[in-house]
Each structure stands twice: as C-alpha cells, then as structure tokens.
Design a protein around this ligand. Structure first.
Ligand code: ADP
Length: 252
C-alpha cells in the first residue's frame, strides 16, 4: 500500500473463473479513507467479483490486493469490513433484531456488546419500530436498511455495499443516501457497486468505471460530470426558404 490515506487497493488484479470467463483484467484502483467510492458498470462488468476478492470469498488469479494494509486472506483484514451483499438471502424467519444478534455472534461479539449495538443500530437505520417483525414481512427498503445495520454490526472502517439502493423506491433511496452520508461524516469509508450513473452521481466522491472486467476510468465524480460536452449541429439550408440563401448555419 503506497499511502496511509488508502484503505483498499488493487494492483493489476485479474480473475479468470473456471471455464475461462475473464471477470477482471489487470484492474488497479485505490480507495481513500473517508470517501464514498463507487464501482460503476453494467451487469457482468466484474463489480461483485472485485468485492468478493476484497472479502476473500473469491481468490484472484493474479495481482495484489490490500485492505487496511493487509492481504484479504488475513482474518484480521475482515474485522475492519462490513458487507451488504446484492440479493441477500438473510434467514426470513428471523426478526430484524434477531438478524443483528446472529451477525454479532458470527463476529464473536460479547452478549452485552451485541444488545447495546443492536439498539444503537436499529436507531441509526430507522428500524427500531420493526425490530420484532420477521424479515419476510419487510419491504425491499426495510430489508436494505436492516442489511446495512448487519454490515455495521462490527463497527467497520470500510463498508462494502453491493447495489444498496437496487429495487428500493425513490423515497427509500433518498433515505439510504442520507444514511450513507451520515456514516461518512462519522468517519466510515464506503465502497458501493451500482449499474446506475444517476445513483452514484448523487452520492459518490470518486468512481471507477468497469466494463467487461477492465477499468475504463477512475476519477472524482466532479471530474466525470464537469467535462463540458459541446455539440455542433450543422444544418444544410439549401433549398429551404427561411431567409438564409445558400448557407449552412452552425448552431453551438
Ligand atoms: P457484476 O457484479 O458487475 O454484475 P460479476 O462480478 O458478478 O459482475 O460477474 C463478472 C463476470 O464473471 C460475468 O461474466 C459473470 O457471469 C462471471 N462470473 C461471476 N461469478 C462467477 C462464477 N462463480 N463462476 C463463473 N463465472 C462467474
């Protein structure tokens, strides 16, 4: 890792799945502490694979990866990460509080620590009222909010959120975006995956654009959206009776 400011980094990362599918090809990118960083790209671009390599769920074919200065294969690196998977399939018979209790146990947290954290997190994600309701009764927005709470259970430095607003209605999206900004202001680094530019434009500080497993561009959102586009349309006015004789008009 080159800089102390960097929380996650990949160098020339390549993943070829069995069967020869190239999910990532020489991807080098870095995420700075405290930023909201978006991985943007169409379905199949390699976003989830990159997350899974950071989490050591998938092993890279070649290249280097570091999380908080450690290789992902080190169990300690995972203590600093919270993960919200895409299409998560949390046990539907559990209540919201039950899911958080289960997660806390998986992280090896103490009982009292788990209970106080549950109370705090339900409040943070606005789900206190629904703590005793089973997950199968949750709307998509509620499921994403409780999913965020389970990702926050170990009080991680880095949050990996796979399509956090996918399938959520517009009001729910705004609420999730506000929550992510609040978490950022509390010092969390957030890395999120999305296939929607409009989604990341309104929340991210930096963006890496993936296509077919290759990194097309990595820059700040300002740089991405500030670029002035200039279109020139030339209209051939020959034969038109608009008062312009034999002229071409340039509209800029
Ligand atoms: P994204 O998250 O951008 O939609 P993925 O990382 O899920 O992209 O997938 C990238 C490519 O890798 C796709 O072509 C996908 O079909 C393939 N892929 C993903 N997981 C596996 C797997 N376990 N085995 C084989 N191919 C996979």
């Amino acid at each position: 890792m080159k800089s102390r400011n960097v929380i996650a980094e990949t160098i020339e990362l390549t993943k070829v799945y069995t069967g020869g599918i190239v999910a990532l090809k020489n991807v080098s990118m870095s995420v700075r502490k405290g930023e909201i960083f978006a991985l943007l790209g169409p379905n199949g671009a390699g976003k989830t694979t990159l997350f899974k390599i950071l989490l050591s769920i998938v092993k890279a074919t070649s290249g280097e990866t570091e999380i908080c200065g450690l290789p992902p294969s080190t169990p300690e690196s995972r203590n600093s990460i919270g993960y919200l998977p895409e299409n998560h399939n949390f046990p539907y018979h559990l209540t919201g509080a039950g899911l958080l209790r289960f997660t806390g146990r998986l992280y090896g947290m103490r009982k009292e620590e788990i209970e106080s954290r549950i109370e705090e997190l339900l409040e943070t994600v606005g789900m206190t009222r629904w703590a005793s309701t089973r997950l199968k009764k949750y709307s998509k927005g509620m499921a994403q909010r409780i999913g965020l709470a389970q990702a926050l259970m170990p009080d991680p430095d880095l949050l990996l959120l796979d399509e956090p607003t996918d399938g959520v209605d517009p009001v729910g999206r705004v609420e999730i975006r506000d929550l992510l900004r609040r978490l950022q202001s509390e010092g969390k680094t957030i890395m999120l995956n999305s296939h929607l530019l409009s989604e990341v434009e309104s929340i991210a500080d930096s963006v890496a654009i993936l296509s077919g497993g290759r990194l097309i561009r990595m820059c700040s959102i300002d740089e991405l959206t500030r670029r002035q586009c200039r279109f020139e349309i030339e209209a051939d006015m020959n034969g038109c009776d608009f008062g312009f004789a034999n002229e071409s008009v340039m509209i800029i």
